[in-house]
Design a protein. Structure first.
Lengths: 437, 433
């Protein structure tokens, strides 16, 4: 059952079990409860212009106890953040139960029966501070060989340990590695131009791979020759990094919460978009090995599983926690994990041909509105392809609506993976509003 | 195992507290109440309570950060200064029931006002930040309450979905949790009108921008660009332009953490230095930047803008309440002086470009101005771009009011800090698309 074998439980699980035992009486008025204990330890190293100027070691620990209170056919929930047990925690639980009784919603329950949690590879041991330092020095040396400078580099390395226990008898423990970097590269005449990259991964070799550094170097070196794009409606090709951000805006659209609240016109079985080009097929996978968004369970004890969300443009499934799953009469799906977008059948290179095509290598910041799908973003850098040649472009902007763009797009056959995204390495959107010269 | 590392870290940290003589304890508590449809959600985020010890000897700033509030780790040698910025009605003293009732009132007011309104969302966000920082030079303790209260209406015509929001937020307490009925009515009416909004014609436009937009202009165009850690990493064009005219005489930009009418105010920063007002742009001339203790040590700049997301993250120079100083006109006078242009009432988001001074704002929507009047024709979400000095030098009018909007600001895509952005109405030229 869970992670218990022959009566032995891992130390972290034992601590959480002891905490719950010590709080037995104060919990007796909760209909159900879930305890999530998290602990992490992180090394952080900071450089500016090649000089290491700061280092930190940080640890965090949280015991989040969600209590569920029922009144008739309605249920409320609230969270108490606990210490190590004792009178203060008893008061916190009492306060949470009181709060839960004030926010009663239509009833639902945690899943019943014991669960088998999938084994997900979330990384082994995190690199320590010395390893991070050596890695950072190497990255900066590699950038120097590419003819550019790291004006700013931060590397974070963290190990997370999680324990989940609940009143439905389910329990699980898991651990993982989380790496993060913020890199700014300067280049061009007098270092006048820069490119910024923020990345996360579970392995050091995936954090700043050589191709990513090469693309940054190419962008800052070509930037001095960049001009603004022409204004008008053009085909626009976006790379995987930007597609990951755009696609994330679809998450809420395919959630049970949004469908239940009738935020959007479409629900299960209905077409999200009438497509002229490649049809949209989207799934969610929390079990991808070493994917940053992977995990074995959600916060309601539902095990992770792959879910089909959209097939050929039609909504087939929804991301649902037990609450909204109960409201819609569907099964809860567990954690979202990585959004997987089925690729197309043509090469990325071919998407850049056929008349004038704007290839955006990166926006300054695109933050599509999750409710409307609208977005407008400045072009940080890209290329205008025409007649087999390409010209660097920068500034100007691209705007539109995500759902409208998905109605006429072509997907590359090559794929790439980024935190929360696995899908086409490039997507060409037709007839997109570009504002430039 | 993490637990073993935690204990080792804690004991190493405690040893350093005595040696380094700078210790910070902090706690951030966030309460979020959201009403959407027939469901009500109360969510408390994990309180980030921790203690940080800092050692700056050896040329590298080293910090050790552990969970827990450890008041006993360093005894103060100066008198305790205390600051309590909790507003007229401290939120901690208001019952959860009263907070829920306030949310429900607004939701009930907005529900059913128009058949095209698909959904109403009301959000109450309360944040209490406690700090106690001790060093050889000071012993300072603060409690700062911040509150943000707002509503979103979602409208649809079966094909398009649009939304409109209204929100207020600043330092204070429960007295902030109120939006006037007239504002809620205007929000609903605007949401329905946005269903017919069209794309703006791309190009340079004469613009009258409301405080919601001008505040983000100050924040993104200049605020980030004068966070002086960027001077040290040679990432800021501003470092080379100090003392130069880069804006019109209407352009004065200030950062002031002492203001409680902005969401980003505080009495002392996360280095323990007292809050000070800093003038960044003085009638168009670039005169100053924002520094933390690290920058102060490096180049002697006046500190007071050191902020961290929570104890687990580093301190960086950050903005607090950043705004354009007001002028003398009225918004109506500014609009009346536009033969053909765009009125921008509401921002969406923005991103900094300290290296090149490129302007990158996303504006929620706009409205056509023709012959000195608003025509009622609305424009969809658009990007505002341009070269910052060009935009600032084109400012030819500022209204006399000063209003702030609440927000959360990142350093790039992380290190989130509360911010107030504000200003008057401004008239200027920029590219929209």
């Amino acid at each position: 059952m869970g992670d218990q074998r022959n009566g032995w439980a891992p130390p972290a699980l034992s601590r959480s079990a002891r905490l719950i035992d010590s709080l037995g009486h104060p919990l007796s008025s909760a209909a159900e409860w879930v305890l999530r204990s998290s602990a992490s330890a992180e090394s952080q190293v900071y450089w500016r212009r090649g000089q290491r100027h700061a280092e930190r070691e940080a640890s965090l620990a949280t015991n989040a106890l969600t209590v569920f209170v029922d009144e008739g056919d309605r249920r409320g929930s609230a969270v108490a953040y606990l210490g190590d047990g004792g009178p203060k925690d008893e008061r916190r639980i009492a306060d949470a139960e009181l709060a839960a009784g004030l926010v009663l919603n239509p009833g639902y329950r945690l899943p019943t029966g014991l669960a088998t949690y999938p084994s997900v590879d979330l990384g082994d041991e995190p690199p320590d501070a010395k390893t991070l330092q050596a890695f950072g020095e190497k990255v900066q040396a590699d950038l120097g060989r590419l003819g550019v400078t790291a004006s700013h580099l931060e590397l974070f390395s963290r190990r997370d340990e999680e324990v989940l226990m609940a009143s439905n008898g389910r329990q699980h423990t898991w651990a993982g590695v989380a790496l993060e970097t913020d890199l700014v590269v300067a280049g061009g005449p007098d270092g006048a131009f820069e490119q910024r990259l923020f990345r996360r991964s579970r392995r050091l070799l995936d954090l700043l791979p050589e191709p990513a550094l090469e693309r940054m170097a190419e962008a800052v070196k070509d930037r001095s020759a960049a001009v603004r794009p022409p204004s008008g409606r053009l085909p626009v090709v976006l790379p995987a990094e930007e597609l990951a951000t755009l696609l994330d805006a679809l998450r809420f659209r395919v959630s049970a919460e949004a469908v239940y609240n009738k935020i959007f016109p479409q629900g299960i079985g209905e077409r999200l978009v009438e497509a002229k080009g490649d049809l949209l097929t989207l799934g969610a996978d929390p079990l991808r090995p070493l994917a940053y968004s992977s995990g074995p369970t959600d916060e309601s004890t539902v095990p992770g599983q792959r879910v089909s969300l959209i097939e050929d443009g039609v909504i087939k499934g929804l991301i649902a926690d037990p609450q909204y799953a109960a409201y819609l009469g569907i099964e809860p799906t567990g954690p979202v994990g990585t959004l997987e977008w089925s690729p197309g059948s043509v090469s990325g290179e071919s998407l850049l041909t056929g008349g004038r095509v704007l290839e955006v290598r990166g926006f300054s910041a695109s933050m599509p509105n999750a409710l409307t799908g609208d977005f407008a973003a400045e072009i940080k850098f890209g290329y205008l392809h025409e007649g087999g040649r390409r010209r660097p472009i920068a500034q100007g902007s691209v705007s539109g609506n995500l759902v409208e763009l998905l109605a006429d797009c072509r997907l590359s056959s090559e794929t790439e993976e980024h935190p929360g995204y696995f899908g086409p390495a490039m997507v060409r959107f037709e007839n997109v509003q570009v504002a430039g010269d | 195992m993490v637990v073993t590392d935690e204990r080792r870290l804690e004991s190493a940290t405690k040893g350093h507290a005595a040696k380094g003589r700078w210790v910070s304890r902090s706690r951030n508590q966030n309460l979020l109440i959201q009403a959407m449809g027939d469901t009500l959600t109360v969510r408390q985020e994990p309180p980030r309570e921790g203690t940080v010890v800092r050692d700056t000897s050896g040329g590298v700033q080293r910090e050790w950060a552990v969970p827990g509030w450890h008041d006993d780790w360093l005894q103060a040698v100066t008198p305790l200064e205390e600051y309590h910025w909790l507003g007229d009605i401290p939120a901690a003293g208001v019952s959860l029931k009263d907070k829920l009732d306030r949310v429900r009132e607004v939701k009930e007011f907005l529900t059913g006002r128009d058949p095209r309104i698909a959904q109403v969302i009301v959000i109450y966000m309360e944040r209490i930040e406690e700090r106690h920082i001790t060093s050889d030079a000071f012993d300072r303790r603060s409690e700062v309450g911040r509150l943000q209260f707002g509503a979103v209406v979602v409208a649809t015509d079966g094909t398009r979905t649009v939304e409109q929001f209204e929100a207020d937020g600043r330092v204070g307490g429960f007295e902030i949790a109120h939006i006037a009925d007239e504002r809620l009515d205007r929000m609903t009416e605007k949401a329905v009108r946005l269903l017919d909004a069209q794309a703006v014609e791309p190009g340079e436009h004469l613009i009258v921008a409301a405080p919601s937009v001008t505040g983000v202009l100050a924040h993104e165009a200049f605020g980030h660009g004068v966070e002086m850690d960027l001077f040290l990493s040679e990432r800021a064009l501003a470092a080379k332009k100090m003392g130069e005219r880069v804006g019109s005489p209407f352009a004065t930009i200030v950062d002031d953490p002492r203001r409680k009418d902005g969401f980003g105010g505080y009495p002392f920063d996360d280095d323990g230095n007292l809050a000070e007002m800093h003038v960044i742009l003085d009638h168009g001339v670039l005169v100053g930047g924002l520094a933390d203790a690290d920058v102060q040590a490096a180049i002697g700049a006046s500190p007071g803008n050191g902020r961290r997301q929570d104890y687990s993250r580093k301190v960086y120079p950050r903005m607090s309440n950043t705004f354009f100083e007001p002028g003398n006109a009225t918004p109506e006078e500014l609009i009346a002086g536009v033969e053909r242009g765009v009125y921008l009432p509401q921002f969406e988001s923005g991103m900094e470009d300290p290296k090149s001074w490129g302007l990158q704002l996303t504006v929620h929507h706009g409205e056509e101005i023709q012959d000195g009047r608003l025509t009622g024709r609305l424009y969809r979400t658009m990007a505002m771009t341009g070269y910052v000095p060009d935009v600032l030098q084109s400012i030819d009018g500022a209204s006399s009011e000063l209003n702030f909007s609440p927000g959360m600001c990142g350093k790039g895509w992380k290190e989130w800090a509360t911010n107030g952005t504000g200003g008057p109405h401004l008239r200027f030229r920029a590219r929209l698309g």
